[in-house]
Design a protein. Structure first.
Length: 249
């Protein structure tokens, strides 16, 4: 499987760490990430990326959103699904084989499937599609020290219908899904987004936040257990935005 990983030109350290951590797992192609510090609101408005200056987006979050959008544009113009990840992703060594099995079980008109999510927030899924929902909470501690164990472990993975999750650590997108996300998510605006699994609303602060608004209306799925995870370490993040927590309503 070919995987595009987003990486800033100036973050050679993250690039080298990503490739060393995930060597031999898939065919990785670097995709130039957008440096949010170089963006101007007026240019983004003219390009249809934003509708107005965004109150809750850091420059890094805006660059991240535009990076994902450019890959969506690439996917939308083609005929094949695209797999995207960020450069802090850690892959299970059986990712390519297991992902192919999951994709084969999806309906032909699937839009997006997440291979991982941020463990410091919720995962909201339909356990039995159309009938039974559940909201899962996770312990994000000790991820770093158990990354090697996660990478080597073999386990069965099932697709579940996705309602809500945070993080764009790794996902596959069909051309139809890419076109739908383009139309639904952009231009970005200051909007309050209901997160049913958290029982609260959040001001749009990042691309994964606004994606939550549209997961229920798309043919959205998530691999469970995850095949990719992230330490989601805010101290080394290039986004450094607010983090939605699952513990408080």
């Amino acid at each position: 499987m070919v995987v595009f990983y987003l990486n800033l030109e100036r973050r050679k350290d993250r690039r080298e760490r990503f490739l060393a951590t995930n060597a031999t797992i898939a065919r990785f192609h670097r995709w130039e990430a957008v440096d949010g510090a170089s963006l101007r609101n007026e240019d983004l408005r003219r390009a249809g990326v934003i509708a107005e200056p965004l109150k809750a987006y850091t420059p890094g979050a805006l660059g991240c959103a535009l990076s994902h959008k450019r890959l969506w544009d690439h996917c939308a113009c083609g005929e094949a699904a695209v797999t995207v990840c960020e450069d802090d992703a850690i892959f299970n060594r059986h990712f390519s084989r297991q992902a192919a099995v999951v994709l084969a079980r999806l309906p032909a008109d699937w839009d997006i499937v997440l291979w991982g999510w941020n463990f410091d927030s919720i995962l909201h899924v339909e356990v039995i599609e159309g009938i039974k929902q559940t909201v899962m909470h996770f312990d994000p501690s000790k991820l770093a020290e158990r990354a090697g164990e996660f990478q080597e472990r073999t386990y069965e993975v099932l697709p579940m219908r996705l309602i809500g999750a945070f993080g764009a650590v790794c996902y596959s997108l069909s051309p139809m899904g890419a076109r739908s996300l383009q139309q639904r998510c952009f231009p970005l605006k200051n909007e309050t987004i209901a997160i049913p699994g958290m029982g609260r609303e959040l001001l749009n602060f990042g691309i994964d936040c606004v994606m939550n608004k549209h997961y229920p209306g798309l043919r959205s799925y998530v691999a469970f257990p995850p095949l990719v995870w992230t330490e989601n370490d805010k101290t080394i993040s290039d986004v450094s935005g607010p983090v939605p927590r699952s513990s408080s309503p």
